[in-house]
Design a protein around this ligand. Structure first.
Ligand SMILES: Cc1ncc(COP(=O)(O)O)c(C=O)c1O
Length: 449
């Protein structure tokens, strides 16, 4: 297959190019690639090539075609032989590369500071596809024991059954334990979340990547909880995966994902004979890619406001006597680590948890917050402009056994909140305070002490 050389592609021709075009394209590509690997994710996103519409529109046109025509039959043969590809604006079929999906993928690569990226139909398909590409039957994964329930189920149940790929789950905060579980010659991937779902543990990305490098593993990091805030690839990770369905989309209206990593990996996932994206086909629709491309430019602003409000609420909730888990609170075990790893100006993320200890108390609080004071919605997912809250143990982590949840630190009364930015901060806080007062009246409050 034609290789994807970086996430910047030039040229709009449809006839096969002569050699002088190669040189021109290569020089443009390398310049553009250096600028988009900037340290600051917002600056890097702003530096990606801006695609204009077919008629000069400020927004790109949507390439809503399943298939692409060529001027000469010989071009088709050259595309299938891998001589012509998307880096020269030659496209075959949209389960393979599509120009609009590629534009979003360029933005994702810039956001995460990787050489390439490709977007998928969901976060789970991004995770499953990259793991299936990196691993073969008999291989082994070392993974964090605190992961999104779906990812945990994929590693604990689905991959052993279907592919003979096994996983050891570890406390990634214990680097010795991580090293101990790595089996030389068998362990191929180290997998964790930058900020864990739902417990908000922060991974020591540089140290974990050092171990991965020393042992020859591919380090895959799920950065769904902290886009813009943390940049795992800039801190040493090989691959960053995302559920775009969350903060990056911001609208709770789209399911989507991305794999960001080296061009060699993304190319391998597109290979006609061996590629997991090409052969399993979790394809993103071009219309969806267009929608999402229009939201990336304001992701930085949205994240800053999610983070600012989460920080203010966490402090006030703590002051009100609640058991709050938020990396921005000085007594969070990873407060200093997060401070040292986070990109400037984003703070500590837009997620916080309140531990109500029992599911009954958690449900009472959420019921009041939604149905009496309109603070937010009882719903899974995150990154929406409204606050979303769910009791993780009985929802997004319900795939885990009681013992697995206990080991992961998921209390039965843990209420995970994705803090929104609708309305004013004080308006929302007064709604929270009213619900809390009612909880206290019922004698259901939890003391932080
Ligand atoms: C951290 C994390 N990763 C991956 C996923 C899966 O993403 P999607 O729902 O887009 O498939 C989720 C979903 O909740 C998640 O929270």
């Amino acid at each position: 297959m034609a290789e994807l050389k970086s996430h910047n592609f030039c040229g709009t021709k449809r006839s096969a190019p002569d050699d002088s075009e190669d040189i021109k394209n290569d020089s443009k590509k390398s310049t553009a690639m250096i600028s988009s690997l900037l340290e600051d994710p917002a600056a890097a996103v702003a530096n990606t090539r801006h695609e204009f519409g077919e008629h000069g529109g400020v927004n790109m046109s949507i390439e809503a075609s399943a298939t692409f025509t060529v001027m000469e039959p010989e071009t088709m043969r050259r595309m299938f032989a891998g001589e012509l590809g998307p880096d020269r604006d030659f496209f075959i079929y949209s389960r393979h590369f599509n120009p609009t999906v590629l534009n979003l993928s360029r933005q994702m690569a810039a956001l995460e500071g990787t050489a390439a990226a490709y977007c998928t139909a969901s976060g789970m398909s991004a995770i499953a596809s990259v793991l299936l590409q990196l691993l073969a039957s008999g291989d082994h994964v070392v993974a964090s024991r605190t992961l999104y329930g779906g990812t945990h189920a994929l590693l604990a149940h689905f991959l052993p059954r279907t592919s003979n790929i096994t996983t050891s789950f570890v406390d990634i905060g214990n680097l010795k334990e991580v090293e101990k579980e790595i089996v030389e010659g068998k362990t191929k991937v180290l997998y964790f979340e930058s900020v864990s779902n739902p417990t908000l543990a922060v991974a020591d990305i540089p140290e974990l990547c050092r171990i991965g490098r020393e042992k020859g593993l591919t380090v895959v990091v799920d950065n769904t909880f902290a886009p813009m805030v943390l940049s795992p690839a800039r801190l040493g990770a090989d691959v960053v995966v995302h559920s775009i369905s969350k903060f990056i989309s911001g609208g709770a209206d789209i399911i989507a994902g991305a794999v960001c990593g080296p061009a060699k990996l993304v190319n391998s996932m597109m290979d006609l004979r061996q590629g997991s994206l090409m052969l399993l086909g979790p394809t993103m629709n071009a219309k969806v890619a267009f929608e999402l491309s229009e939201r990336i430019p304001h992701l930085s602003l949205r994240m800053k406001e999610h983070c600012r409000r989460a920080s203010v609420f966490a402090k006030r909730m703590r002051k009100a006597g609640l058991k709050v888990i938020y990396p921005g609170l000085p007594d969070h075990p990873h407060h200093h680590l997060m401070k040292s790893l986070a990109n400037p100006e984003y703070g500590f993320g837009g997620m916080l948890c309140i531990d109500m200890e029992t599911e009954e108390r958690a449900n009472k609080l959420m019921n009041l917050l939604q149905n009496t004071t309109q603070f937010g919605f009882i719903a899974v997912s995150l990154g929406y402009y409204e606050t979303l809250m769910s009791c993780s143990g009985s929802s997004t982590s319900s795939e885990m056994s009681g013992q697995e949840k206990e080991l992961a630190g998921i209390s039965p009364g843990l209420v995970r909140m994705s803090i929104g930015y609708m309305g004013t901060l004080e308006q929302k806080w007064s709604q929270f305070e009213k619900a809390l007062a009612k909880v206290q009246d019922m004698g259901l409050s939890i003391s932080n002490n």
